[in-house]
Design a protein around this ligand. Structure first.
Ligand code: RAM
Length: 346
């Protein structure tokens, strides 16, 4: 066996091939790893679901260290995330699991944390430049999100009409990447030629701001047929705004949302289709990655394969959706309609 492995390695080296897949690394339970789960901000369901997944992994691995779930307010997200990351490093926490809402502004704090021995693993929303993060746990492929949103728009608008995007914050790396991916998808296929993106606005992942921005979009664009909101906060606010104003026959809502929050709007036709992934699983997988890195069971390196408990085997790869950075790809995506939303909302 040893002989075979060595010759396989020699061939891989000779061919310039990437490192051959090793046996999947597994987590050694019971080791003390102090973790911080740092969402964009506190107070919304998807991040609480991710916390649940992380708690599940924490208990399963019997980690005697602490799992701290903390975050800023939505109004102070950028400065608050940088401050919490900096504090976590100065307190000697082993890992910060970060859903980044600060774009590349967080890079100096992330680099300083890494230098102080605190691993920074991003999930949900990466550091755009990849600087300062060990790797990104991607919920789904970011290019695919663009195609899914383009297809939902195409289907809801029957291939033709004006639509606008209601996003989260202007710095949100995940939403910005998804919007760019949607624009690329629209440009790449003739079938979308009838869809016209007329505006992009930001509701800052705050309900009231998003609600008002949705209404302003309708005022500004009398022929608007769809608001595409790639944010769980924005999509609910936009659907409520259209419902409250009796506009659902004219202007539909779609995007990324949590089934439990969207079910009534999907059943009444205001938001006929939307998509999401499991935030519970995302929190669970991100926790595993952080634990495996901190305990030395894996390295943040391309080709590294590992087991993540009930979720199975993953391999670290180059992130094809960024110029620089590594990722672990989770998936899958689910598109929700009146057919399946009730079951998912349980
Ligand atoms: C909001 C946040 C989060 C995003 C979802 C879809 O909850 O902006 O980062 O993944 O929407």
């Amino acid at each position: 066996m040893r002989h075979l492995t060595l010759s396989a390695l020699a061939v891989a080296a000779f061919c310039g091939a990437p490192a051959i897949a090793q046996d999947a690394a597994t987590a050694g339970p019971g080791q003390a790893v102090d973790m911080v789960l740092l969402p964009k901000f506190l107070g919304i369901l998807p991040f609480d679901q991710a916390h649940r997944g992380a708690q599940e992994a924490h208990a399963e691995l019997g980690n005697p260290g602490e799992l701290l779930y903390t975050g800023p307010t939505p109004e102070n997200s950028v400065a608050g995330q940088i401050e919490i990351l900096t504090t976590a490093a100065s307190q000697g926490r082993d890992v910060v699991l970060l859903s980044n809402n600060a774009g590349d502004q967080i890079v100096p704090a992330a680099q300083a944390a890494q230098e102080a021995g605190t691993r920074v693993v991003t999930w949900d929303s990466p550091i755009p430049s990849g600087e300062g993060e060990s790797l990104f746990v991607a919920q789904v492929d970011f290019a695919e999100i663009g195609v899914v949103m383009a297809d939902m728009a195409h289907s809801i608008m029957d291939g033709e009409g004006q639509f606008a995007i209601l996003s989260a914050t202007p710095d949100a790396a995940n939403q910005n990447a998804w919007i760019a991916a949607m624009q690329a998808a629209l440009a790449a296929d003739e079938k979308y030629a009838g869809l016209e993106l007329v505006d992009t606005v930001y509701g800052d992942d705050q309900s009231e701001v998003s609600y008002n921005r949705a209404l302003a979009l309708v005022d500004a664009h009398p022929d608007l047929e769809l608001i595409m909101a790639p944010t769980s906060v924005g999509i609910v606010a936009a659907a409520k705004a259209m419902q409250d104003e009796g506009l659902c026959d004219r202007v539909k809502v779609s995007g990324l949302g949590v089934p439990a929050e969207m079910v009534s709007y999907t059943l009444n036709g205001c938001a006929p289709q939307f998509a999401l992934w499991s935030f519970v699983d995302l929190g669970y997988l991100a926790y595993y990655v952080g634990y495996l890195l901190a305990t030395g069971a894996i390295e943040a390196a391309e080709g590294q394969t590992f087991e993540a408990g009930r979720m199975g085997t993953y391999t670290i790869e180059r992130d094809p959706t960024r110029d620089n950075g590594l990722r672990v790809l989770m998936g899958p995506f689910t598109v929700y309609t009146a057919e399946n939303v009730e079951a998912a909302a349980q």
